[in-house]
Structure formats: structure tokens, C-alpha cells
Write a protein that binds this ligand. Structure first.
Ligand code: NAD
Length: 259
């Protein structure tokens, strides 16, 4: 049980991050939510999580802004007394060939999907070291292990975070701090729904046909991974049983990277 521990989950107002926040909260951790959303959504999520008896707050740090990331870690420690678990999850996608890829989108994908994890760890690791316990979980992707055309920035960022995970794990190998990555395949979140909608529009498919085609191209199980499944793995990685799992990248991808 994670009672008394505090978790920051970046990008936890939606999708996978929210699934992980719910799972960590259900296991007893206090939660600092982060991510975009209107006040009503954030209020509803805070109330939902707090109903389980844990403490919860939200910090609006934009993951492209290092000073705001520093403030997220600082405010979490001030509010809850420690930062024990850090889930680097915030992420965006942009799909285009390299020659058409706007440089501004490249910078945004690298900043949010990769560089923000450097900044969160830079500030949170000293706090974990002071208590000789910590868990960092980086949400990479099947695209951290293999590539797809049209996703240069995303694939570069996700391969980068798999490497960053290994370095951070090694630098803390003789401590109670572990650092690991989770590499999901397709999860039906707003990030993927946009790609399904684009595919349906481009090829004149129904949303259902576009969804089936998307899965069929990459994910042999033909089923989406769920945020609940990823939340359960995150809880396991925070447990004592996972204390010697260090620098690993867990594929949870319906067989995508087994091919
Ligand atoms: P999502 O769009 O549902 O959620 C993204 C979250 O990140 C939201 O809370 C959003 O507000 C937040 N966010 C976006 N930009 C931000 C910024 N600049 N600062 C702070 N927060 C920001 O997406 P998701 O599918 O749940 O993706 C979560 C993570 O999982 C991403 O890193 C993504 O690359 C990864 N992932 C997703 C899939 C998938 O199939 N959905 C597969 C593999 C990996």
C-alpha cells in the first residue's frame, strides 16, 4: 500500500495519466494532478480522487516551461511533505513527413514528451534521495522501442525517454529509488481518437472501421490497452516486489513490438 506516499503524475487530467492517478490513489497515495482542463473538470477529478480518503491537488504547470515544472515539484513538496512517486506522462503527438513537419511542432513534442522528464527528475530526485526511497515511471510508448513513418518527433522523444530512464536508473542504482519506463501500444484516449478521426476523414471510413484498421496495422491482439491496465502496472512498479526492477522498459502493447 502507498499510504503516506505522494505522487506527481504529469498530464493526469485525461487518458493514461488519469488512469494511473486513479490507480495510485486507490492504493493510498496522495496525488498532485497536472495537465490542462477547465476548472469544472479539475474540480470534479479532485473530488472523485479525494473521495477515496487521500489528499489531492492540481498544479497547472505547462510542461514546455521549466520554471513552471520546478514550481510543480516545489509546491508538491510544500503541500504534501514529500515527492515519492513521479510519473512522467504528459505527451502530445504530431503526424507528418519530416519535410512537412513544422519546426515549432518538433520543438513542442520534444519539450513535452522528453525534456519535461529531465526537468521533473532534476528537481524531484534530490527530494527522493533525502528519504532514500522513490519511484520514477516514465510513460514512453511502443514508439520508444520501434518506429513508424510520419512520427519523427514522437519516435525520437520516446526513444530518448527510454535512454533517459536507463541513465537515471543507473545513477540511482545503489539507492531505494527505481526508474523504469512503460511502453504502451494503442490506448483509446483523446490522443489516439484524433488519429482515428483523421484516418476516417482521409479514407472515407466509419469511425469503427478506422479504429479496426488502426489496430490491425500494429497491434496483433486487435484490442486496445486500457488506462486501468497501465495503472495496475504503475502500482506494481511502486511496490517492494519491484525494488530490483531498474532501467526496464515494459511493453504493454498487445504484441506490437513482438513482431
Ligand atoms: P491524452 O491526450 O489523453 O492526455 C495527455 C495529457 O497531457 C492531458 O492531461 C493533457 O492536458 C496533458 N498535457 C498536454 N500537453 C501538456 C503540457 N504542455 N503541459 C502539461 N500537460 C500537458 O493522451 P494519452 O494518450 O493519455 O497520453 C499520455 C501519454 O501516454 C503520452 O506521453 C503519450 O505519448 C503516451 N502514450 C499514449 C498511447 C496511446 O495509445 N494513447 C500509447 C503509447 C504512449
Amino acid at each position: 500500500m502507498l499510504n503516506g506516499k505522494t505522487a506527481i503524475i504529469t498530464g493526469s487530467t485525461s487518458g493514461i495519466g488519469l488512469g494511473i492517478a486513479r490507480a495510485l490513489a486507490a492504493d493510498g497515495a496522495n496525488i498532485m494532478l497536472n495537465g490542462f482542463g477547465d476548472a469544472a473538470l479539475i474540480d470534479r477529478l479532485k473530488k472523485e480522487l479525494a473521495a477515496g480518503g487521500i489528499a489531492v491537488d492540481h498544479h497547472p504547470a505547462d510542461m514546455t516551461r521549466p520554471a513552471e515544472i520546478a514550481d510543480l515539484v516545489r509546491q508538491t513538496a510544500a503541500r504534501f511533505g514529500s515527492v515519492d512517486i513521479l510519473v512522467n506522462n504528459a505527451g502530445i503527438q504530431h503526424v507528418a513527413a519530416i519535410e512537412d513537419f513544422p519546426a515549432e511542432r518538433w520543438d513542442a513534442v520534444i519539450a513535452i514528451n522528453l525534456t519535461s522528464a529531465f526537468h521533473t527528475m532534476h528537481h524531484a530526485l534530490p527530494l527522493m534521495k533525502s528519504r532514500n526511497w522513490g519511484r520514477v515511471i516514465n510513460i514512453a510508448s511502443a514508439h520508444g522501442l520501434v518506429a513508424s513513418a510520419m512520427k519523427s518527433a514522437y519516435v525520437a522523444a520516446k526513444h530518448g525517454i527510454v535512454g533517459l530512464t536507463k541513465v537515471a536508473a543507473l545513477e540511482n542504482a545503489q539507492s531505494g529509488i527505481t526508474v523504469n519506463a512503460i511502453c504502451p501500444g494503442w490506448v483509446l484516449t483523446p490522443l489516439v481518437q484524433k488519429q482515428i478521426d483523421a484516418r476516417a476523414a482521409e479514407r472515407g471510413l466509419t469511425p469503427d472501421a478506422a479504429r479496426r484498421e488502426l489496430l490491425g496495422e500494429k497491434q496483433p491482439s486487435l484490442e486496445f490497452v486500457t488506462p486501468e491496465q497501465l495503472g495496475a502496472l504503475a502500482v506494481f512498479l511502486c511496490s517492494d516486489a519491484a525494488a530490483q526492477i531498474r532501467g526496464a522498459s515494459y511493453a504493454v502493447d498487445g504484441g506490437w513490438t513482438a513482431q
